[in-house]
Design a protein around this ligand. Structure first.
Ligand SMILES: C[S@@+](CC[C@H](N)C(=O)[O-])C[C@H]1O[C@@H](n2cnc3c(N)ncnc32)[C@H](O)[C@@H]1O
Length: 197
């Protein structure tokens, strides 16, 4: 994915050209998120608001807090999403997360911008803002087991995908019971349910 991708005017067509499975990925995210029947959702990397729009449609009554490090994308999200149900913050994943507790944390196509050690750290911080037993849905570009299946264009120093195996391990270390819900080539959707002690 290229840095210039964060132009909300060109984003919808560019992302689908780079990731033909984009809409399928969003559908899976929304299905897993709806199952959680969450009232309070935190989204990491709201972008232009496409994932959030679908989530709010599927979960009536839910409220969403979103963070993103692009003002341009957030401005597009603000114009798309219902203001009475959404709070958006200009914030990086590496910064402290909005205070919870949330019923659900969800992220699509964003966490791969962090190197592995920062993903592991983020997963612990996600666990800390979730209610006991709550869910983390993580949909992203991954390093496929078979290098020949790597189809999504990546930019050195900007995209840092990790393997599904590594991410399951880091989710487990953060306290999640984690599983792969869907994995096709270099795209995957992982689900982590917070283990209650
Ligand atoms: C591919 S878009 C995904 C947006 C939306 N979730 C979707 O699926 O259409 C990735 C978003 O992640 C944001 N992003 C990238 N690195 C980030 C970081 N370190 N912290 C917060 N947001 C970041 C970008 O600004 C961009 O809006």
């Amino acid at each position: 994915m290229s840095d210039s991708a964060w132009d909300p005017n060109t984003y919808p067509s560019e992302i689908r050209a780079e990731i033909p499975g984009y809409d399928l990925l969003q559908d899976i995210v929304v299905r897993l998120s709806s199952e959680a029947r969450a009232a309070d959702i935190l989204e990491l990397g709201t972008g232009s608001g496409e994932t959030a729009r679908r989530l709010l449609e599927a979960v009536p009554g839910a409220r969403l807090v979103g963070i993103d490090s692009s003002e341009e994308m957030l401005a597009a999200a603000r114009s798309l999403l219902p203001p009475d149900r959404v709070t958006l913050h200009y914030r990086r994943l590496e910064d402290p997360l909005p205070e919870g507790p949330f019923h659900l944390v969800v992220s699509a196509l964003t966490v791969h911008h962090l190197p592995g050690d920062r993903k592991a750290d983020l997963f612990k911080r996600v666990a800390a803002v979730l209610r006991p037993g709550a869910r983390f849905v993580l949909a992203d570009v991954v390093v496929p087991d078979d290098p020949a299946e790597a189809a999504i264009p990546l930019e050195v120093g900007f995209d840092f995908p990790s393997s599904v195996g590594d991410q399951l391990e880091w989710l487990g270390a953060a306290g999640f019971q984690a599983q792969v819900v869907w994995n096709e080539g270099d795209l995957a959707v992982l689900q982590g349910d917070l283990v209650t002690s």
